[in-house]
Design a protein around this ligand. Structure first.
Ligand code: T3D
Length: 266
């Protein structure tokens, strides 16, 4: 990487905003600069109505090896450095929350190994498309830490308690194929097709009724902590909102007119 290379590359392809981690020499390990840029970019993507799908990927042979351990080592030697918990609250947690609550779909195109907080980052996205050579490691235990950045929340919800605990306490690496089998990823594609497939999926999602996607995310995020009567009532509340959107009107009209709908996200 050249000295001036940006640790995060931000590009737009129509309504799709692409965030590309770009520290390939250290497997896209997350240092403070990268995390600050990622936090700012996720906030901007959330606020920008012209962005209707966010795609997170990376350069080189890794998605992300998680927290930059060189920085951790340096901080250990500095008595004034923030504790790890403070670091998480300030730098990682806002990114994870922004992704989980983002009012548009978020895809991770996992191009290689996703370890530690890099794995958590992928898990916080709505969909994961993995390259065949990608792998996933809850690497925290290997450096004597606990899973963070939402891994303890997302992992059991995606793969069940037993597998989540197994992955978290052993720190074992799983292949993309195994990740697909246990429901950790949505799709696995040949390495050379990852970029194109992810962009195609992102564009397909960006053309859907964005508001209805947002409300669906809200309902499904909330379902884990609700009881059935409560959730039924919440669905009714959200449906009232969805029923008042232009996209609902367009979907209905298009169906009755036997044509394809053109959704605008409003
Ligand atoms: O501060 C806080 O807020 C605490 C939060 C913690 C959250 C976390 O993410 S903790 C977990 C941190 N991540 C890890 O423990 C993973 C460390 N990396 C690895 O285990 C391995 O690198 C991989 C399994 C990911 C890949 O292995 P491999 O054999 O394919 O590659 P490699 O040779 O180990 O790494 C290539 C280079 O990347 C190497 O540098 P070099 O020798 O070529 O100069 C290696 O040092 C560097 N690298 C890999 N991971 C990190 C890293 N440099 C800094 N930080 C890393 N996390």
């Amino acid at each position: 990487m050249t000295e001036n290379a940006q640790p995060l590359i931000i590009e737009d392809d129509g309504p799709v905003r692409i965030l590309r981690l770009n520290r390939p020499d250290v497997l896209n390990a997350l240092d403070d600069t990268t995390l600050d840029q990622l936090r700012s970019a996720t906030r901007k993507a959330a606020k920008d109505d012209s962005v209707r799908c966010l795609l997170i990927t990376a350069t080189g042979r890794a998605f992300s090896a998680g927290q930059d351990l060189d920085s951790v080592k340096k901080q250990m030697a500095d008595p004034g450095a923030p504790e790890l918990g403070q670091h998480l609250r300030k730098r990682y947690n806002p990114i994870i929350l922004a992704l989980r609550t983002m009012e548009k779909p978020v895809i991770a195109a996992v191009n290689g190994v996703a370890a530690g907080a890099g794995c958590s980052l992928a898990l916080a996205c709505d969909l994961r498309i993995a390259a065949q050579s990608a792998s996933f490691i809850e690497a925290f235990i290997n450096v004597g830490l606990v899973p963070d950045s939402g891994s303890t929340f997302m992992l059991p919800r995606l793969v069940g308690l037993a597998r989540a605990l197994e992955l978290a306490i052993t720190g074992k690496k799983i292949t993309a194929a195994d990740a697909l089998t246990i429901g950790l990823v949505n799709e696995v594609v040949p390495d050379e097709q990852l970029e194109e497939t992810a962009l195609t999926r992102a564009k397909q999602l960006a053309a859907l009724p964005t508001k209805a996607i947002t409300l669906t995310k809200r309902a499904i995020n909330r379902a884990w902590t609700a009881d059935l009567p409560d959730q039924l009532d919440y669905e009714a509340h959200l449906q009232t909102i969805a029923g008042q959107t232009r996209d609902h009107r367009e979907g209905l009209t298009a169906f009755l007119e036997k044509r394809n709908p053109t959704f605008t996200g409003r």
